[in-house]
Write a protein of this length. Sequence first.
Length: 285
Amino acid sequence: MSNSAVALDSARHSHNKDILFFEREMLEKALHDKSISNMFMDSLAKNEFKVYYQPKVDLRTNTLCGCEALSRWYAQRLITPAEFIPILEQEGTIKNLDFYVLETVCKNIREWLDKGIEPVLISTNFSKLHLSDEHFEEHILSVLKKYDVSPKYLELELTELSDYQYFERLVRFVNTMQSAGFKISIDDFGTGYSALGYLSYIPVDVIKLDKSLVDAYLTEGQDHFISNLIALVHDLGKTVIVEGVETDDQVRRLAEFRADVIQGYYFSKPLLPNEVICFAATPSG
Ligand code: C2E
Ligand code: CA
Ligand code: CA
């Protein structure tokens, strides 16, 4: 009975199978997911999550122009976001993590400002689950207020919504936060069911092109797709950030296509807060 309950649960999360039989791996995955979700709130309270910053580089000037805050979970071992984010999304506890990251970022910005360091724009990720909360905007503003941090230092990254369930809510969120002084970006553009029309309806500032597009199209004979996409986003008056850039050849092509900003291992992996200050202080070559 308990094995069939595990199979039933797997079936609920599988969208392409009508009939499904129990397999040992389903049980292992169910136990693993359960242990992650059981550990999560406790780990958060014990500060086992660390915030890393991945530099973003302005392609025209070759200088640091921003950083993305990314979480790392150090329990007895390092648990990667790929392993825990989908589980927290499913449970809804991702919302707690997002606010923990925002709070840590604001704390770091306050420390930098107190030391006389002018921080670059820092972006943080927010799950679309927050959009069902009518107090989402207020909650963000209250965290900034607590640390006396201006919204001008923050960019809020939201993944594109392929379902239009929250479309009006998303537009309301974007308008409110932009008027408050935040920059807003659409993350992972090019994954899932990206609708091009979407780009023109939502008044965001930045479009982040996903690594999967870079890998698939930023090569000889294929790259006109990326160059046209960059031109289209520019026509709409938005900034293009390209993610997951790793090679010289990719940087050269993106510079030719006038992409604005690059984020990827080519420049830097995500770094600890004190390493980011070093990165900013070193003149770029
Ligand atoms: P993302 O927002 O698209 O973040 C970029 C991911 O790509 C990061 O993985 C980063 O380390 C990785 N990356 C950056 N440049 C390169 C590159 O050149 N090559 C390769 N192979 N990878 C690169 P990470 O940190 O493992 O995060 C994975 C995803 O987990 C993030 O994707 C984001 O969707 C999610 N995530 C991480 N932290 C948070 C968080 O605090 N809140 C929420 N809601 N999501 C988070
Ligand atoms: Ca992101
Ligand atoms: Ca992304």
